[in-house]
Design a binder for this molecule. Structure first.
Ligand code: AMP
Length: 289
């Protein structure tokens, strides 16, 4: 199963992604986590991303697309994955489409966690308070000022993805303001609906392909010149009777008599059998005269 989780910062994507990981045994691919790890490790990508992330802006598309493309090729992602925080721009979504196409994969669903912007700020502030109480390290961008920047980036660059995926019929919207377990249940239902839709789309595609195949077969048969002519027709084309043709085909070429002589003899035999009606009789009479 391959899922995209869309939603603004603080919508609960991380929490729900963890639920999906344990339910479906697939991996959570969070571009935010990957970039933070790169920053912590001081890799070239990390050095590039560090200041951008600290400002609450978006890291360039090509950088993020590159790390996602490498990550989905890892063995643990082969069974499926949840993309959390990616794509975040329309060009990233287009790059994802191309990437999955070349890998022979496709998305099963795009889940949008919808949360009122006014709720988001309060949610993140309370998350920060709880982390402080637990003595956990805070993220560099988890402060009210930067959070506003991240929400702005979401509104201007990521929100258009909702229309992008809605236009493709892949979008499932879930109320992200409900209690956590209700959101989890709504996501399960949305995924089941998506699976049903994909299944019937698959069946429709299968039926359409069978119909296409039989239509093209029918077309070929219609176009094809009539197959091997039947014995009588073949003989008629060559100007011989069917019996004659059969005899001829069995007679070695050297022993064959000329067509003219044989026709005369056959006509004579028919004439000897007595009067006949129709064309045959006429020609027999003519030839024996
Ligand atoms: P997140 O943990 O998803 O909130 O991401 C934290 C930060 O990482 C974001 O504010 C961005 O600076 C950066 N980031 C994460 N994912 C992406 C992405 N798909 N495109 C660009 N920047 C990203």
């Amino acid at each position: 199963m391959r899922i995209v989780l869309l939603g603004p910062p603080g919508a609960g994507k991380g929490t729900q992604a963890k639920e999906l990981v344990s339910k479906y045994g697939i991996v959570q691919l969070s571009t935010g986590d990957m970039l933070r790890a790169a920053v912590a490790a001081g890799t070239p990508i990390g050095l590039k991303a560090k200041d951008i992330m600290a400002r609450g802006a978006l890291v360039p598309d090509d950088v993020v697309v590159g790390i996602v493309s490498d990550r989905v090729d890892q063995p643990d992602a082969l069974k499926g994955f949840i993309l959390d925080g990616f794509p975040r721009t329309v060009p990233q979504a287009e790059a994802l489409d191309r990437m999955l196409k070349t890998k022979g994969q496709r998305l099963d669903a795009v889940l949008e966690l919808k949360v009122d912007p006014s709720v988001l700020l309060r949610r993140i502030e309370s998350r920060i308070e709880q982390m402080k109480l637990r003595g956990e390290a805070l993220r560099a961008d988890d402060n009210p000022e930067i959070l506003k920047q991240r929400l702005e980036a979401y509104g201007s660059q990521t929100a258009p993805l909702v229309d992008y995926y809605r236009g493709r019929g892949a979008l499932r919207t879930v109320d992200g303001m409900a209690p956590i377990d209700e959101v989890t249940a709504a996501i399960s239902k949305a995924l089941a609906d998506a699976a049903l839709q994909t299944g019937s789309a698959g069946k429709r595609a299968g039926k359409a392909s069978v119909a296409r195949k039989s239509a093209s077969k029918a077309q070929k048969t219609a176009k094809k010149p009539a197959g091997k002519p039947a014995g009588r027709v073949k003989a008629a084309i060559k100007g011989r009777s069917k019996t004659e043709s059969k005899t001829r085909s069995k007679t070695p070429i050297r022993g064959r008599k000329s067509t003219g002589k044989r026709v005369v003899k056959a006509a004579a035999r028919r004439a000897a059998r007595g009067p006949q009606k129709g064309k045959k009789a006429k020609s027999a009479r003519r030839l024996t005269k």
